[in-house]
Design a binder for this molecule. Structure first.
Ligand code: GLN
Length: 287
């Protein structure tokens, strides 16, 4: 079997995947240890017998619905290549919108930042790679996720992130300029839980009580004790939860509350500010 013949296997995935051609390319790059460019410039390249057997096995597992990231053990996020496994959520491209917004909201090179429910470490490590002067704490309550995030941190070589195990703020001390989280936010009744990649991801990373809002509410309430005056709290949430999250933040006393969209045009992230900082230029007027 050569690369062109292997790529034709995408047809077998067309019923179970939104992106059969891209799935096959990722599987081939993984098995051959090559770049996508290689696939297009070496169409006649033959797979060894062993590579072909491995490819056929991964195609069968993909037909059964297993996420490509679980089959290859990795997923690209931001500029990073992250190790992924079934103990936590697979990083989504839309979460890059949260990273972008965090960098925009805190345009300073020295800051203390907390990432709650870090999973693979995706958000914390992306922020750390962009802002080497930020001191970032990344927390997860699942021991295997903590090991995974720590292994990603070490492999990428970022020494401004500390990974800690515990439930939300439990292992945390000190104050933060920014708290970010992509917590579980899916309603336990949501029919999407029976479809696609989420079937292979842990419910603890996906589902929250109270129509998916329980963890967001808990974090937003507790965060008030950990944010400096003028600090920001930034969430990823469900495509239809922006209004509820805005209201919840307002009820808890946050101000400057706004939402922004993901790549699909859904309101996917919402943030608020804690406290009422006096801007430098206004100090005199305020006194
Ligand atoms: N965005 C993911 C999904 O809808 C869920 C992520 C989460 O619950 N934090 O598949």
């Amino acid at each position: 079997m050569n690369i062109t013949e292997a790529q034709a296997c995408a047809a077998q995935l067309s019923s179970g995947s939104d992106s059969p051609a891209a799935d096959v390319e990722l599987l081939l790059c993984h098995i051959l240890g090559c770049s996508r460019t290689f696939l297009f410039t070496h169409r006649e390249h033959l797979l060894t017998e062993q590579q072909q057997a491995q490819f056929e096995q991964l195609i069968r597992r993909r037909i059964d619905g297993e996420p490509v990231a679980h089959l290859t053990g990795s997923r690209g996020f931001w500029t990073l290549d992250l190790e992924v496994n079934a103990t936590t959520l697979i990083p989504r491209p839309d979460t890059e919108c949260l990273v972008e917004k965090a960098l925009e909201l805190i345009p300073v090179s020295v800051a203390r930042v907390l990432d709650l429910g870090t999973g693979t470490g995706a958000i914390a490590l992306a922020l750390a790679s962009e802002q080497p002067g930020w001191e970032i704490v990344a927390v997860d309550c699942v021991a295997e996720a903590v090991s995974l995030a720590e292994s990603n941190r070490q492999r990428i070589g970022l020494d401004n992130v500390t990974v800690a195990e515990g439930s939300w703020f439990e292992p945390v001390s000190g104050m933060f300029d920014l708290i970010v989280s992509n917590p579980p936010y899916i309603d336990p009744q949501d029919p999407h839980l029976g479809q696609g990649d989420v079937r292979f991801e842990p419910l603890s990373a996906l589902v929250a009580e109270d129509k998916g809002l329980a963890d967001i509410r808990h974090i937003a309430s507790e965060a008030r004790r950990f944010l400096v005056d003028g600090g920001r709290l930034l969430f990823e949430h469900g495509y239809d939860q922006a209004n509820a999250v805005q209201r919840l933040l307002a009820d808890l006393g946050y101000n400057d509350i706004e939402s922004a969209q993901d790549y699909g045009g859904n309101d996917r992230i919402t943030w608020g500010q804690w406290g009422h900082p006096v801007k430098e230029g206004n100090k005199q007027n305020a006194e």
